[in-house]
Design a protein around this ligand. Structure first.
Ligand SMILES: CC(C)(COP(=O)(O)OP(=O)(O)OC[C@H]1O[C@@H](n2cnc3c(N)ncnc32)[C@H](O)[C@@H]1OP(=O)(O)O)[C@@H](O)C(=O)NCCC(=O)NCCS
Length: 177
């Protein structure tokens, strides 16, 4: 199981009344539950990591809410290479990570809204943004290309992300400041 959405290019987008906003503590259990549907592992451990992210000024967590329920999550982290990192380590910068939309609410434009919001947050701090994506995940490859992301390399590593060599692509986009 990949945890990726089935690739359905050209499928009709449905409308929904979505509010995208910075996450608060009360959102984090739902965010953690969403994340572990893909990653597995205990919800409480994941929640603790999200709690720490909220306290970190170099990180941003966004949620999408419909009728008061959190249905999507995405984050930005600031990555800085440390001297112990290998030479293949991805460049310093802000990275979009962890986008996920609840299966019931996919194809309602929520992934787009969470991406736009996170790029706006980053544009106040930098003039470029990165992300990395599994090459088998066609939906997110399409989504990111619509936001101007282009390939940097497939030969890279990222701290604490066990990426199988050759399976992921590092992407970069300019930000309008
Ligand atoms: C990828 C994901 C976040 C997209 O969320 P979403 O809210 O359904 O996406 P949107 O409705 O905003 O779609 C935005 C664009 O992305 C692309 N896209 C999204 N889902 C797609 C799919 N299943 N097939 C093909 N293209 C897709 C399309 O270009 C779409 O634009 P369109 O509606 O004009 O065709 C969602 O499918 C998901 O949670 N997947 C599992 C987790 C994951 O893979 N996350 C990304 C890596 S961390």
């Amino acid at each position: 199981m990949t945890g990726f959405a089935e690739y359905q290019p050209g499928a009709a987008r449905q409308s929904a009344d979505v509010l995208v906003r910075p996450a608060v503590d009360a959102d984090l259990t739902t965010c953690a539950e969403l994340i572990v549907t893909r990653t597995g592992g205990p919800v409480d451990k994941r929640r603790s990591r999200l709690e720490a992210d909220l306290q970190n000024p170099d990180r941003y967590t966004a949620v999408a809410e419909i009728n008061g329920d959190v249905v999507g999550y995405g984050a930005v982290i600031r990555h800085q290479i440390s001297p112990a990192d290998p030479p293949t380590t991805a460049p310093d910068g802000y990275y979009l990570i962890g986008l996920i939309v609840s299966t019931d609410w996919r194809r309602h434009g929520i992934g787009d809204l969470l991406t736009q919001d996170r790029m706006c947050w980053t544009a106040e701090r930098a003039d470029e943004i990165y992300t990395f994506v599994n090459l088998s995940n066609a939906p997110i490859l399409d989504l990111t290309s619509r936001f101007g992301f282009t390939e940097v390399t497939r030969d890279f590593t990222f701290p604490n992300a066990p990426l199988e060599p050759g399976t992921c692509v590092l992407l970069r986009a300019d930000l309008n400041r």
